[in-house]
Design a protein around this ligand. Structure first.
Ligand code: K1U
Ligand code: ZN
Length: 198
């Protein structure tokens, strides 16, 4: 990975570079790429947990694993419901822990902060340090319609905050200085142009 202006990124993605952007074309659901106005919208609360929404959640988990990623928010697949999925178990051989959260809400955040080099499936191959509360208490409705609460720490806390940001139309690059954000946006515009050309 190279460094420029504090942003780390891998070499320029080539269309022939199947592994770096392959997930854009081989997933259960397509993931929207920044810049896209749909990624800037605020998602609406789920008040009726239908089978259609459960199916969407299942598709999102499959899409997240296929990408691969550790989280995904409904706006990233073009759906504006407050729904996120995540599984931050990264160790080979460790049991997966898929979580489906409808209407996730942060009830409390620690004063202690944590800096993590974040990525986003809507900005493939681009990473930057983001500082967020280290521990968060989250409340959500699970797939069975039951209210759940849990305290998340470390990567899980970072990921759940990143996904809830997506529900509020916010991307991790919105935490960066304007110049870095513009650089990343320009790279994405270029990538999207190359993908459109085929
Ligand atoms: O929301 C997304 O776009 C998913 C994103 C979640 C995330 C990553 C890092 C910090 C906070 C939130 C990703 O999953 S990017 C891919 C990624 O981080 C990863 C992929 C495979 C293995 C491990 C991590
Ligand atoms: Zn993201």
């Amino acid at each position: 990975m190279r460094q420029a202006n504090g942003i780390s990124f891998s070499r320029k993605p080539q269309l022939a570079d199947a592994h770096s952007i392959a997930y854009i074309v081989r997933m259960k659901r397509n993931i929207l790429l920044h810049p896209d106005p749909r990624l800037k919208k605020v998602a609406k609360p789920v008040d009726d947990l239908t089978d259609e929404l459960r199916a969407l959640a299942d598709d999102m988990l499959q899409t997240m694993y296929e990408a691969p990623g550790i989280g995904l928010a409904a706006p990233q697949v073009g759906n504006l419901n407050r729904l996120i999925v995540l599984d931050c178990v990264k160790e080979e051989g460790e049991k997966p822990r898929p979580l489906i959260m409808f209407n996730p809400l942060i009830k409390a955040s620690s004063d202690e902060q944590n800096t993590y080099e974040e990525g986003c499936l809507s900005l493939p191959d681009l990473y930057a340090d983001v500082t967020r509360p280290k521990v968060v208490d989250v409340e959500w409705i699970d797939r069975d319609g039951k209210l759940q609460t849990e305290t998340f720490d470390g990567l899980w806390a970072t990921c759940v905050q990143h996904e809830i940001d997506h529900l509020n139309g916010k991307l991790f690059i919105d935490y960066l200085k304007p110049l870095k954000r513009q650089m990343m946006t320009r790279k994405m515009v270029k990538l999207k142009r190359e993908l459109a050309r085929g």
